[in-house]
Design a protein around this ligand. Structure first.
Ligand SMILES: Nc1ncnc2c1ncn2[C@@H]1O[C@H](COP(=O)(O)OP(=O)(O)OP(=O)(O)O)[C@@H](O)[C@H]1O
Ligand SMILES: [Mg+2]
Length: 347
């Protein structure tokens, strides 16, 4: 296929040419958005799944749905040591500025901006942008206790959104990186908005260990939020994900090739995309990890040295390590096992 027309461009979170097997989850998100917009309560959810199953793609789709429903949406990609106060201050500010331009929401949006300013200073958010002309409102989101301030702040924002006739969707990817405190405050804040029928809804995505982080609060939280599992695709959906983009370009797979792809990828979206993108991508992605593994992983180092010792050229030996890594990754994903550095050599 001509490179300029190849529909498969892999990359974290990039929309696949055919988004297979996620209709039910996207329909649930759409329904939640509609309900919230209509002043009805709706359950927020956090999609849980292993690396590479397509969580980020789902979050992006949901943001698109929210935009279609005339929501204000904020999208946060969490990372190690993120402070939710920082991320929220930065992303909520433009939302409130927009709301404050709407005549019917002006006063409540300015009040929420005042709350945001108090919130920012209570949490030492080093951000210049929060309107310095807006005076912080005493008693609104200014205690420095996240569990109290975040619900207050989101309630103020929810009220401004409601009176404007709009709604707010908070989308957070990699949510397992939030601290327990931030996560609890966020869930409590969403719950409070829901109780008051304010148009605020949250969609998150994260790794399975996220649920362990909720500790004692787990059963309580599970009543407030849904935790749908995102898994590898079914055979039928994986087949669709592979075949449709090719068929659309007038190209088809033989059934043997298709079966082989389904077998080696275990229907994992990430691997499906890689296979589709061609071997060059796979080579590029595995080359540096293979070099690192040869240096730092005893088993890989031993295998590499054994190949060199029998006279294989380094390139061939590195390729063998790349192959081992690919198989290892596929097995770990298929079995849902985390990687443990247990060397067969030193055991
Ligand atoms: N339903 C799907 N059908 C086909 N391809 C998909 C599907 N979902 C995701 N993909 C593709 O799989 C790859 C991985 O998706 P994505 O980055 O969303 O996974 P992830 O779960 O967010 O991974 P990570 O945990 O590493 O962030 C992307 O290239 C994406 O386009
Ligand atoms: Mg992701």
């Amino acid at each position: 296929m001509e490179p300029g027309r190849n529909p498969y461009a892999p990359g974290a979170g990039t929309p696949p040419p055919t988004l297979a097997g996620r209709d039910a989850l996207l329909a649930a998100a759409k329904l939640a958005l509609e309900r919230v917009h209509n002043g009805r309560s709706a359950k927020s959810f956090i999609a849980v799944g292993l690396r590479g199953v397509g969580k980020t793609v789902i979050m992006n789709q949901i943001q698109q749905l929210a935009d279609e429903e005339d929501f204000r949406s904020i999208y946060i990609e969490a990372f190690d040591e993120i402070r939710l106060a920082d991320a929220l201050t930065k992303s909520l500010r433009p939302v409130l500025l927009k709301l404050s331009k709407k005549a019917n929401a002006h006063d409540l949006a300015i009040r929420a901006l005042a709350g945001l300013r108090s919130f920012a200073s209570a949490f030492n958010v080093s951000y210049q942008g929060v309107e310095m002309t807006v005076k912080p409102e005493e008693g609104l989101a200014d205690t420095g206790d996240m569990l109290a301030d975040l619900p207050d702040l989101l309630l103020a924002i929810g009220e401004a959104a409601r009176i404007s006739g709009g709604a707010l969707a908070i989308i957070i990817d990699e949510i397992q990186y939030l601290s327990e405190m931030d996560m609890s405050a966020l869930i409590m804040a969403i719950h409070r908005c829901n109780q008051k029928s304010l148009p605020v809804v949250m969609f998150g995505a994260g790794l399975p260990q996220l649920r362990g982080k909720m500790g004692d609060a787990k059963s309580y939280v599970e009543r407030l939020l849904d935790f749908p599992h995102v898994d590898a695709l079914s055979l039928e959906d994986a087949r669709l994900a592979i075949e449709k983009p090719a068929n659309d370009e007038g190209v088809s797979y033989t059934s043997d090739a298709l079966d082989e792809i389904l077998r080696v990828t275990s229907c994992y979206p990430y691997f499906l995309r890689f296979i589709q993108a061609g071997r060059a991508h796979l080579r590029q992605a595995l080359y540096m990890p293979a070099l690192a593994a040869i240096r730092f992983n005893a088993d890989m180092k031993a295998k590499y040295q054994a190949l060199i010792a029998v006279g294989k050229p380094p390139k061939v030996a590195i390729t063998a390590i790349m192959r081992k890594l690919a198989i290892l990754a596929s097995v770990l994903l298929r079995e849902g096992r985390p990687w443990h550095d247990r060397s067969a050599v030193n055991a």
